[in-house]
Design a protein around this ligand. Structure first.
Ligand code: FES
Length: 586
C-alpha cells in the first residue's frame, strides 16, 4: 500500500500519507489491527479516550458506550482508535483521586499529541475523569468532543430513592448518633450501589457532565442520560458521528472554550446548585486554554443567577429526574437571558441555536427564572485575613442562619487529629463553634482530599445540631452539604494564615459581604508564625514529589504550573520534529 494524496491534508496524513519508510511502518501498524482498507481511503482518524476501569465502578459500563461511539465514527466515514489512559475512581483511589487528576490529564494530553489522530472523543464519568480528559485534550487543541457516562441507577433503601452521597451522609450521622442499628447499616450497604454509572445526585460528576454541555464541549442533552438507558448508547453513536464531522471541519476547543463559555458554565453551575469542585476544575481547564478566569469571576456571575434545579443536595430530586425534565438544555434555555448565546459549541452551532425550540420543563424539577427555587449566589467566594486568596462556600447547600456567623475556632491538625478527637465527649465545642481543619489542601492533604464537610461532633448530633460553620483548605464531595467553607487559599501547608489559628480564636464568616476573617491581631499572628514547625513533605520521589513541586493553589485550579497555557501562544498540537529524523537514513 502506498500513500493516499488526500490523506496528507489531515494531521493523521503526516503518519500515513508519506511514501517513505515511516509511512510504510505506520500503515503496517494499523494493517496489523485489520485496518488496511480504512487507511487506504484516508478517512479521518478519531481517537477514543476511554476512562474505563474495573477500579472505577462509575465507569465500568464504558465498553458498550465506547463500542457505540466507534459505530458512529465508522458510520460517518471515520476510523476510530480507542486508547486507554489511567482512570480515577473516587471510592477506591487513595489518598484521593484529586492527587492524580493532573497525572491523568498529562496521560491524555501526551497520548493524543504523540499519535495519529484528527479528532478525539473523551469518555469519562467519575468526578475527576472528565476534567482530567478535557484539560489534557484542550492543551493539544485537536477537535474534541466530550461524552459522559451517565448517572447510575438510583439506590432504594427502605422505600426511599437515595442520592449516592447526599443521603449516605445523613445515614452516617444517624449511625454515629446511635439512631441507626448495625443491622440497618448493613442493609444500607447492600442496597447502596445497584449499578454502574456516576453518583446519582448533583455531585461533582453530574455537575461536570452538565458543565461540559454548558461549555459547549458535549452534545446538547447528552449529559444526564442514565448510564443504563438505551438512549445513552444512541447518544454515544451520535457523538462518534459528530467527531468525524469535527475532524473534517477542524473546529478546535480553543474556538469553543472562550471567556464566554466559562461564564456560561459558571452561570449553569449556579443554576443547577452544582459542586464546589467544579470551581477548581473550571479554573484548571481555563488555564489550559489561556482564559484568565479568576475566583472572583465565579462570585460575580453567580450573584446574578438563582438556583433553579431541584436536585440533591441543594434540592430534593435526583439527576435522572433532571434528564426526564429535559436535562442541561432545559436548564440553559431557562437561563438563556443570562448566558452568552453566541458562544460556539461542538455542534458547530451557537448555544442559542442549540437551544431553539427547547420545550418548557417540568417545574417540579427546573424552576422558572422568574420564580426560582433559591436566591442568586449559590456559589459564594469569601476572602479576608483567614483566606487572603479566597475560599468557596456552597450557599445553596448551607444553612441560611449560619451564612453570617462569628464563633470560636476548634482546630484540627489533619484528618487523624480530626478523627481521634471529633467524638471526644470532652471536646470543648458548642453549636456556635467554628470547626477548622488544616493540613488538607493540595500540598498538605496531599491532593486536597474531600474532608471539608467535617462531621458534627457526636455530642452535638445527639443534641439535634445538624449544621455548623466549618472551615478548611480541603475540598468537599459534590454530594455534601452544610455551611462549609472550602478551598482556603493559601492552604496551611503553603504558609496560609490557616496554619496560625488556635482554639478559641474568633472566626467571622460574612457570606453576603464575602468575608472570612480571623480576629487575631497581626503582632500575635507574627509570633505564632515564628513558632511554626515545618512538616516534612509526604513524598520525596516520583509523581508525588512532582505534584508537591508544581501544584498550584486552589484559587488557581490545582493544576501544575508547567501545564498552563503559555501567554499568547496556541497549544502545541504536534510534537516538535514529528516524523522527522528517526528513519531519515533509510
Ligand atoms: Fe464516581 Fe461519585 S464516586 S461519580
Amino acid at each position: 500500500m502506498t500513500a493516499t494524496p488526500h490523506q496528507g491534508a489531515r494531521r493523521s496524513g503526516r503518519w500515513f500519507a508519506t511514501s517513505d519508510l515511516n509511512g510504510f511502518i505506520h500503515r503496517v501498524a494499523l494493517r496489523a489491527e485489520g485496518h488496511g482498507a480504512a487507511i487506504a481511503d484516508g478517512r479521518p482518524v478519531i481517537g477514543v479516550s476511554s476512562a474505563w476501569s474495573e477500579l472505577v465502578n462509575c465507569n465500568v459500563h464504558f465498553r458498550a458506550i465506547t463500542a457505540a461511539v466507534k459505530r458512529g465514527v465508522a458510520a460517518a466515514g471515520g476510523l476510530a482508535l480507542e486508547f486507554p489512559t489511567i482512570s480515577l475512581g473516587e471510592n477506591l483511589m487513595k489518598p484521593t483521586a484529586m492527587l492524580f487528576r493532573n497525572l491523568m490529564a498529562m496521560d491524555v494530553e501526551e497520548t493524543i499529541r504523540a499519535n495519529p489522530m484528527d479528532a478525539v472523543v473523551l469518555i469519562g464519568g467519575c468526578d475527576k475523569t472528565v476534567p482530567a480528559q478535557l484539560m489534557g485534550a484542550a492543551s493539544v487543541d485537536l477537535p474534541t468532543i466530550v461524552l459522559g457516562g451517565g448517572p447510575a441507577q438510583a439506590a432504594v433503601y427502605n422505600g426511599r430513592r437515595l442520592g449516592s452521597g447526599t443521603d449516605l451522609w445523613e445515614y452516617v450521622a444517624e449511625h454515629r448518633a446511635g439512631r441507626m442499628s448495625d443491622e440497618q447499616w448493613a442493609g444500607l450497604e447492600a442496597a447502596a450501589g445497584p449499578s454502574a454509572g456516576h453518583c446519582t445526585e448533583m455531585g461533582t460528576a453530574s455537575t461536570m457532565a452538565t458543565l461540559m454541555e454548558a461549555l459547549g464541549m458535549a452534545l446538547p442533552g447528552s449529559a444526564a442520560v442514565p448510564a443504563l438507558d438505551a438512549r445513552r448508547i444512541a447518544v454515544a453513536e451520535e457523538t462518534g458521528r459528530r467527531a468525524v464531522e469535527l475532524a473534517r471541519e477542524g473546529l478546535q476547543p480553543s474556538s469553543i472554550l472562550t471567556t464566554a463559555a466559562f461564564d456560561n458554565a459558571i452561570a449553569t453551575l449556579t443554576a443547577i446548585g452544582g459542586s464546589t469542585n467544579a470551581v477548581i476544575h473550571l479554573l484548571a481547564i481555563a488555564g489550559r486554554v489561556g482564559v484568565d478566569l479568576t475566583l472572583d469571576r465565579f462570585d460575580q456571575v453567580a450573584r446574578r443567577v438563582p438556583l433553579l434545579v431541584n436536585v440533591r443536595p441543594a434540592g430534593q430530586h435526583l439527576y435522572e429526574d433532571l434528564f426526564r425534565a429535559g436535562g442541561a438544555p432545559a436548564v440553559m434555555a431557562e437561563i438563556l437571558p443570562l448566558l452568552d448565546g453566541e458562544a460556539m459549541t461542538v455542534t458547530g452551532k451557537t448555544v442559542a441555536e442549540n437551544l431553539e425550540g427547547t420545550p418548557k420543563p417540568d417545574r417540579q424539577i427546573i424552576a422558572a427564572l422568574d420564580d426560582p427555587l433559591g436566591p442568586p449566589g449559590g456559589i459564594a467566594v469569601v476572602r479576608g485575613s483567614l483566606a487572603p486568596d479566597g475560599a468557596v462556600l456552597k450557599r445553596s447547600a448551607a444553612s441560611a442562619e449560619l451564612l453570617r456567623h462569628r464563633g470560636p475556632a476548634v482546630v484540627f491538625d489533619g484528618i487523624d487529629d480530626l478523627l481521634s478527637r471529633i467524638d471526644d465527649p470532652d471536646l470543648p465545642v458548642t453549636a456556635e463553634s467554628v470547626l477548622v481543619l488544616r493540613g488538607a489542601g493540595p500540598i498538605g492533604g496531599p491532593g486536597m482530599p474531600e474532608w471539608g464537610m467535617l462531621p458534627i461532633p457526636s455530642k452535638l448530633l445527639r443534641e439535634g445540631v445538624r449544621d455548623m460553620v466549618r472551615v478548611s483548605d480541603a475540598r468537599m464531595s459534590g454530594t455534601g452539604f452544610g455551611t462549609v467553607v472550602l478551598h482556603v487559599a493559601p492552604e496551611s501547608a503553603a504558609g496560609g494564615p490557616l496554619a496560625l489559628v488556635r482554639d478559641g480564636d474568633p472566626v467571622l464568616l460574612d457570606t453576603e459581604n464575602g468575608v472570612l476573617d480571623l480576629d487575631v491581631g497581626p503582632s500575635e499572628l507574627a509570633l505564632r508564625r515564628a513558632d511554626l514547625i515545618p512538616t516534612p513533605p509526604p513524598y520525596r520521589r516520583g509523581y508525588g514529589m512532582l505534584f508537591l513541586e508544581h501544584v498550584l493553589q486552589a484559587d488557581r485550579g490545582c493544576d501544575f504550573d508547567v501545564l498552563l497555557a503559555l501567554p499568547g501562544e496556541r497549544a502545541e498540537t504536534d510534537p516538535p520534529g514529528l516524523l522527522e529524523g528517526w528513519l531519515a537514513g533509510w
